[in-house]
Write a protein that binds this ligand. Structure first.
Ligand SMILES: [Zn+2]
Ligand SMILES: [Zn+2]
Length: 344
């Protein structure tokens, strides 16, 4: 089968590989019907994910059809349409039992697919711990509708959940890339009074204005004055930092009102500074880290109910055979690209 492979730093190639086989009774083999490219794939390509193993098939955003299951798999069956979770997790360790599946201590726990073990930019993928990592897609939900449930939408859902947003709150979201927009869609479910999105790119600002006219949009330069001007509590009640720059990290705590929760989902390429003397008395709570992607079934239910729709994010569509072109477009952010799909 064809599999897009991390060959060496800076180089991915579409190679012929054997179709994956079951290695454990808890495994499933999924025929990938639709996948996507994530910014994390680019991080692997450029060598900034040291855990990524050369030779590995990349890709961790996909949906498909169950082709084969091991003897211990009970939640999905051959022929089921499924969304694949970015994280594999055992469901039994200390962290999994508390919902912190990103910290699962199983050897395959956490983000393994398309990083440490073969992923889904291929015709087939082996999914360990299939009972946890696969969610059945409701019949009324299309592949395109379900595509992001296991990764960027899981991240947005998790971020909005831990951000402690109350009805009526002013919410600031820093960054309107694909994950920022998923975060926006999930923050809305919490019925805040107002959402402000701060984004540096004018193309992305326009995308938000066009699709979500109820959201206030600003650039990073005017963000602080804007947010403070919009609030009679000295800042936003909840801040979600999904951009990952020095400037947005600073804005995250500057724009938060006293006693706010600042949720940092972004991945930075260098350490950031918390100037504690400047923040003294603001009594902020910071929450950080990678997604605990364990709400996939609930996300699919919300998609089926029409509460979440990520299909406007899909701007371009490619077959697996032309995945190299899709990467080129996505990486260079040409032609207003937000997300591309890769059809198996
Ligand atoms: Zn991803
Ligand atoms: Zn675990």
């Amino acid at each position: 089968m064809k599999a897009y492979t991390y060959v060496e730093r800076g180089r991915f190639e579409l190679l012929d590989k054997p179709k994956p086989a079951l290695l454990d009774p808890r495994d499933a083999i999924v025929r990938v019907t639709l996948g996507s490219i994530c910014t994390s794939d680019l991080h692997i390509k450029h060598g900034s994910v040291p855990r990524a193993v050369p030779g590995v098939t990349v890709g961790h955003e996909m949906v498909g059809v169950v082709e084969q299951v091991g003897g211990a798999v009970s939640s999905v069956a051959v022929g089921d349409r499924v969304a694949v979770n970015v994280e594999t997790f055992c469901g039994e360790c200390f962290f999994c039992r508390r919902g912190y599946v990103n910290n699962c201590t199983d050897p395959d726990g956490g983000w393994a697919l398309g990083c440490r073990i073969d992923g889904g930019q291929a015709e087939y993928v082996r999914v360990p711990h299939a009972d946890r990592g696969l969610s059945r897609i409701p019949d009324t939900v299309s592949d395109e509708q379900a595509l992001f449930a296991g990764d960027i939408l899981a991240t947005g859902y998790w971020a909005a959940r831990i951000a402690e947003i109350s009805p009526g709150d002013t919410v600031l979201i820093l960054g309107a890339g694909p994950t920022g927009i998923c975060t926006l869609l999930c923050a809305r479910l919490r019925r805040p009074g107002r959402i402000i999105v701060c984004e540096r790119s004018s193309v992305r600002r326009r995308f938000v204005r066009e699709h979500y006219p109820d959201v206030l949009v600003c650039g990073p330069e005017e963000c602080r004055d804007w947010v403070l001007g919009c609030s009679d509590r000295g800042g936003a009640d909840a801040v979600l930092e999904v951009a990952g720059s020095e400037q947005t990290f600073r804005l995250a705590w500057e724009c938060a009102r006293p006693n706010a929760v600042v949720t940092v989902v972004a991945l930075y390429d260098r350490p950031q500074t918390l100037p504690l003397p400047d923040m003294y008395g603001k009594n902020l709570t910071f929450k950080t880290g990678g997604v605990d992607g364990c709400d996939c079934a609930e996300i699919l239910r919300l998609i089926a109910a029409g509460e979440i729709d990520t299909t406007p994010l899909i701007t371009h569509r490619y077959p697996l055979q032309r995945i190299g072109e899709a990467y080129d477009l996505f990486e260079n952010r040409r032609d207003g690209v937000v997300k591309v799909t890769i059809a198996g």
